[in-house]
Design a protein around this ligand. Structure first.
Ligand code: NAD
Length: 391
């Protein structure tokens, strides 16, 4: 079993990507636990953050863009002995990462520069959010999966673009630890979901997208749903509170530093996930399948033997329970934005299409022509200075 380090609530905490889904929840947890010096950094302007917390130093917009080495150094200035949580990345669900490979790979700059800045100042911990997309594609060709063990990342054949960036950054963390003594810790997240995250616009992941499609069908009375792929592809989904708990556990470990799975082992097919959302909504929909839409690997699950052995715990929130909370939150956002009923608020359900170059694109289609989602204040964003809520 890994031994935990001593907790010091005065230790500076830096959350990179804190305006995003997981980062916002992580900051909320630190505040709930009584940490006094929390810095939250994100390149989005603050009105686009999913959660804005009071009592935190928030660095947003251009000053929070960690693609700039100067900004990384400025963020870290004077924070010797801090714990850094590096969650900033340009990413999204399959519809995004299959079509934005260069953008995904450019996130390597964020992690590299934050590692350099952290090393220069001398930090206590550097947590890096990796992904199950690092795993070798050959081990994920069958929907009846053998759950992925940490060793299955090699020989390397990760998800093109996004997965390569994650695997490279994992190695960078390892070498900073070995060569410079930077205490890096790495978790490989498997599909995280929950309230206060992306649910529309093209970057959302399967649970949020399915909740939205199901409630849209329910509220418009058009009882149909388009599913990307044949629906047989399998995955596991980790609820956000488990993710936050795991991040803290892994970061605080004194003597365990290898990349480790952080995911649920409750395997479902996408068809089953749709079934869960239908049950929550109390509807039954006609399903159509978009076989040429981005769908990722055929099957993926998290082998949790190592996390069990090392920490005596694994993510254990049941999917049905987490989906209920997620559905409820998204429905609130959906209704606030589009209203209910069939009266024709202007919501057009995301429909997969290919663009003129034959490149996949997952944006909304209206009247048969491609339409990029309008820039908007993301759902759930709180005004600067708003009280944080613990969830
Ligand atoms: P998110 O998109 O909600 O949050 C990422 C945040 O990083 C965003 O708010 C974004 O504005 C910010 N960011 C992007 N580029 C930046 C830059 N140059 N400087 C500063 N901030 C920048 O995503 P999330 O779901 O919260 O994911 C957090 C981390 O976890 C990411 O590294 C992601 O790759 C990883 N991860 C997430 C999942 C998942 O299912 N959500 C799965 C595997 C790995």
């Amino acid at each position: 079993m890994a031994s935990p380090s001593k907790i010091n609530k005065n230790q500076p905490i830096i959350v990179c990507g804190g305006g995003g889904f997981i980062g916002g929840h992580l900051v909320a947890k630190f505040l709930e636990q009584g940490y006094k010096q929390v810095v939250c950094v994100d390149r989005k302007p603050m009105d686009g953050w999913y959660q804005v917390h009071r009592g935190v130093k928030n660095i947003a917009g251009a000053k929070g863009d960690l693609m700039s080495m100067d900004n990384c150094r400025r963020v870290m200035k004077g924070l010797e002995g801090a714990k850094v949580y590096q969650l900033a990345a340009d990413m999204g669900g399959m519809g995004f990462i299959e079509t934005h490979k260069a953008e995904c790979m450019l996130s390597v700059m964020i992690n590299t520069q934050m590692l350099i800045a952290a090393k220069e100042v001398g930090v206590d911990r550097f947590f890096y959010a990796s992904s199950a997309c690092v795993y070798n594609a050959d081990k994920q060709r069958d929907p009846r999966v053998t759950a992925l063990k940490e060793a299955d990342a090699y020989p390397a054949m990760p998800e093109d673009g996004y997965g390569w960036e994650k695997l490279f950054s994992e190695r960078m963390c390892r070498h900073f630890r070995e060569d410079f003594g930077t205490q890096a810790r790495v978790a490989r997240f498997h599909n995280v979901y929950g309230p206060l995250g992306t649910w529309e616009g093209g970057r959302e992941k399967a649970p949020a997208a399915i909740c939205r499609k199901v409630m849209h069908a329910k509220h418009t009375g058009k009882l149909e749903i388009e599913i990307w792929g044949d629906g047989q592809q399998t995955r596991s989904f980790m609820y956000i509170t488990d993710c936050v708990k795991g991040i803290q556990m892994i970061t605080d470990s004194k003597d365990f530093f290898e990349p480790i799975n952080l995911g649920s082992s409750e395997l479902v097919s996408i068809n089953q996930l749709v079934g869960i959302a239908e049950q929550i909504a109390g509807v039954k929909l006609n399903r159509s399948y978009k076989l040429d839409a981005p769908k990722g690997v055929a099957g993926r699950n998290s082998d949790n033997s190592l996390i069990q052995k090392t920490f005596g715990w694994e993510p254990d929130t049941r999917l049905r329970e987490g989906m209920e909370k997620t559905y409820e939150w998204i429905e609130g956002e959906y209704l606030a934005k589009y209203g209910s009923g069939r009266g024709g608020k202007k919501f057009v359900e995301v429909s997969y299409h290919s663009n003129a170059n034959g490149k996949a694109n997952g944006h909304a289609v209206k009247n048969g022509s491609a339409k990029k989602p309008a820039a908007r204040k993301p759902a759930g964003a709180k005004k600067a200075g708003a009280q944080s809520k613990s969830r």
